[in-house]
Design a binder for this molecule. Structure first.
Ligand code: MN
Length: 248
């Protein structure tokens, strides 16, 4: 039988080992490369992050980026591949095309495409609209039209933030283009504005998985930080593209 002394010794060794494992996994978390897409093979793939996991620090932390991209987004991609596996006619389409016409999707996989396809499309846009070097404000035509529609960039920011804070449960806040006009809106869950005939150019993920590690329940701090991490070059370009496709 173990005496008190050897028990303490064993406990001490276990605690030391646990501490080593913790610091090892923290380290692994910081340097692990984006994993190759695994599990269900199919037409849809997880796009690599267009920057390092810590590129958005201090606004969005590396641990959140690892989990959000490598686990959450990867799961949407895998589940989307599973959903289309029995429907080869769907596998040739882009996820945007699938979402733009949900009524055309066979009923047995419609909800899966809406949720998993929405998750894939929304997050693909999400990584692209984020950057700490894309400028502090909208550019070109988007800057002009935001001023015209919302009064000023500050007023737009205020309105967008309030809407993002109003989302109850999981969902997104969006700046979308519909019939050449800007619209601020929200969608529940992973619903895409594309399914309403709108083109999203900026989105804010307000699922708790997007901010809980760093901000816990402080969603207002996360929303404020988001405005420091928007790639306005990219968003302004998306706006120009959405407007020009109306005229073509
Ligand atoms: Mn998310």
């Amino acid at each position: 039988m173990m005496n008190r002394r050897s028990m303490l010794k064993a406990f001490g060794a276990t605690a030391a080992l646990a501490a080593t494992q913790n610091s090892l996994s923290a380290q692994t978390l910081a340097v692990a490369p984006s994993p190759a897409p695994s599990a269900a093979k199919g037409p849809f793939t997880l796009p690599p992050l267009p920057y390092a996991y810590d590129a958005l620090e201090p606004y969005i932390d590396a641990a959140t980026m690892h989990l959000h991209h490598d686990k959450h987004h990867a799961a949407y991609v895998n589940n989307l591949n599973t959903a289309v596996a029995g429907h080869p006619e769907l596998a040739d389409k882009s996820v945007e095309a699938l979402l733009a016409d949900l009524n055309a999707i066979p009923e047995d996989v419609r909800t899966a495409i809406r949720n998993q396809g929405g998750g894939h499309a929304n997050h693909t846009l999400w990584w692209q609209i984020l950057s700490t070097s894309g400028g502090a404000a909208p550019k070109a035509e988007l800057a002009k039209d935001i001023d015209a529609q919302y009064g000023s960039f500050a007023q737009f920011q205020d309105r967008f933030s309030k809407i993002a804070l109003s989302v109850f449960g999981s969902g997104w806040a969006w700046l979308s283009v519909v019939a050449g006009k800007l619209v601020i809106e929200t969608t529940p869950n992973q619903d895409s504005p594309l399914s309403q005939g709108q083109t999203p150019i900026l989105g804010l993920d307000v699922w708790e998985h997007a901010y809980y590690i760093k901000y816990q329940n402080r969603r207002p701090e996360y929303v404020a930080a988001f405005f420091h991490a928007i790639n306005w070059d990219y968003v302004s370009g998306q706006y120009a593209q959405a407007k020009s496709s109306l005229h073509s």
